[in-house]
Design a protein around this ligand. Structure first.
Ligand code: URA
Length: 219
């Protein structure tokens, strides 16, 4: 199942994102009723070119996590807090005469951008019906559970909780879902590039997640 999103919802969310420095649009990908739904941060340059979530550098690390878990990509639904690439433009010296060019760098999506695309994640969670949601990093975690949750404090813990949903697209008010979801936060694979010591923590989290998934399949 490639795309469950209604066209008008996508068009509306693309419009909501227009004021911000975000480019491209990557659809979620994966089956309905998956073992796992991954909620990431935002696509990067690779993803907006090929349309495949987590196909860049962070995706390679994520694939190693799935190998370790023994879960195939086909059993996972991939989405992220925003579906466009947030960027910043930084002037860069280039060439023999030191002339300036501009280069686009990835950055984390801010709250306004997260709110612009919030109806997409809401729709996916409600219609894809994942057994287990795995959030990556603070952005995915806080998008679903709010700012009082910090990845450094709750990573590797199974949380049963309602998730934040955008209540009103005009006023951008939030509410909580009636249903409780099973949410397992861990670090974002890209954070390993900046802090290698997180890798050990991620593998401890994955050991925990392995136990949870086993328990679930046993019923
Ligand atoms: N990070 C994300 O959250 N999503 C991607 O698709 C790539 C990197």
């Amino acid at each position: 199942m490639m795309n469950v999103l209604p066209k008008d919802l996508v068009e509306r969310c693309k419009k909501r994102m227009e004021p911000y420095n975000c480019e491209g649009f990557v659809y979620g990908r994966g089956p309905e009723n998956p073992e796992i739904m991954i909620v990431g941060e935002a696509p990067g340059e690779t993803e907006i070119h090929n349309g495949i979530p987590f196909s860049g550098r962070a995706g390679k690390v994520l694939d190693e996590f799935f190998d370790y878990l023994g879960v195939s990509r086909e059993d996972i639904y991939f989405t992220s807090t925003v579906r466009s690439r947030p960027y910043k433009i930084v002037p860069k010296k280039a060439g023999p005469n030191g002339e300036f060019t501009e280069k686009k760098y990835n950055r984390a999506p801010n709250v306004k951008e997260q709110t612009a695309h919030a109806p997409i994640v809401d729709y996916e969670i409600q219609h894809i019906n994942p057994k287990q949601i795995v959030t990556l990093g603070n952005i995915g975690l806080q998008r679903l559970l709010g700012k009082k949750y910090k990845i450094s404090e709750v990573h590797g813990q199974l949380l049963q909780a309602p998730v934040r949903q955008l209540k009103n697209m005009e006023t951008n008010e939030w509410t909580l879902s009636e249903k409780e979801y099973s949410i397992f936060p861990t670090f974002h694979p890209a954070s390993i590039f900046y802090n290698r010591s997180l890798l050990e923590k991620v593998y401890e989290d994955l050991d925990e997640l392995k136990k949870i998934l086993k328990r679930d399949t046993k019923g």
